[in-house]
Design a binder for this molecule. Structure first.
Ligand SMILES: C[S@@+](CC[C@H](N)C(=O)[O-])C[C@H]1O[C@@H](n2cnc3c(N)ncnc32)[C@H](O)[C@@H]1O
Length: 265
């Protein structure tokens, strides 16, 4: 059974992009994943197909009604073969921050049901009744959950076996297994010299072991400078080699710090 995403959204057309463009579209065409879209407007029974109303207690904006959303979830549940297993995920600034670990978990699952909010938000009674998990894309406010759901779908689908043309490339991305969860190194392509700046000589050497070491050190350097939390994580998981630690000590010394590594400086 391919990975399946169901999306409950007032703007189903926004999801055309993942089935029409790029890696996600190719993977979709090859049957690696399925997308099903559900519009809460189709679950209304009044002539205006109302999906929102004014907030109790006053205040600006509109709130999404619980009933059409709950009906949409029920419809998805009866349409999904794994109805019980797939989590109902609300995209929300109040949710847990999305990361590569959650992307991997979803890529190894049967999928999820995404609920995209709009307006001021959603009637809390729907959230309490039907939502298993809330996910945020970051500390900023989007106009709707669709862009967050699209980002998650893209991050997950590229991890599916066979989605990328080169088997290993997802693992060699930032946060990937081959990189011990660190940031990716810089990349270069032709020409050898661009506006006076040459490609690092080692990359032209054809010496695979030296190239690999250079890439690892660039990855360590970037992570040291920008995301020390990822270095600490890799160290705690025993993913840094003695050569990595020696390189990090040199970086720390150059900065006038002691390395946290194995207590030597
Ligand atoms: C305008 S926002 C509502 C913001 C809400 N009043 C608040 O302050 O938390 C409308 C919808 O966009 C989605 N959204 C906004 N920011 C998001 C984020 N950072 N991550 C995930 N979804 C987000 C949610 O589904 C939300 O219900």
């Amino acid at each position: 059974m391919p990975l399946r995403f169901d999306v409950i959204t007032l703007f189903p057309a926004l999801f055309d992009v993942v089935v029409e463009q790029g890696i996600t579209a190719r993977a979709h065409a090859r049957g690696l994943w399925e997308l099903h879209r559900w519009n809460p407007r189709d679950e209304t029974s009044d002539v205006h197909r109302t999906v929102d109303d004014r907030p109790y207690g006053g205040g600006p904006g509109m709130v999404m009604l619980a009933e059409p959303l709950l009906r949409a979830v029920e419809r998805v549940r009866s349409a999904r073969p794994d109805a019980r297993a797939a989590p109902v995920i609300l995209l929300s600034p109040a949710g847990r921050r999305f990361d590569q670990r959650r992307a991997l978990e979803l890529a190894n699952s049967s999928g999820a049901v995404f609920v995209c909010g709009r307006y001021e938000g959603i009637d809390q009674r729907f959230i309490d009744a039907a939502v298993d998990e809330e996910i945020s894309l970051g500390d900023f406010v989007l106009s709707g959950g669709e862009i967050a759901a699209l980002a998650i779908i893209d991050a997950v689908v590229r991890l599916l076996p066979g989605a990328l043309s080169h088997e290993l490339s997802a693992e060699q991305d930032s946060f990937g297994r081959s990189l011990s969860g660190l940031l990716d190194c810089p990349h270069y392509t032709r020409p050898e010299e661009f506006r006076g700046v040459r490609v690092p000589e080692v990359l032209l050497s054809g010496h695979h072991a030296r190239i690999e070491r250079w890439r690892r050190e660039q990855s360590l350097r970037l992570t040291f400078e920008r995301r020390p939390d990822l270095l600490a994580q890799a160290r705690a998981q025993g993913l840094l080699t003695a050569a990595d630690e020696a390189f990090l000590r040199r970086l720390a010394e150059a900065r006038g710090e002691k390395s946290e590594g194995n207590g030597q400086s």
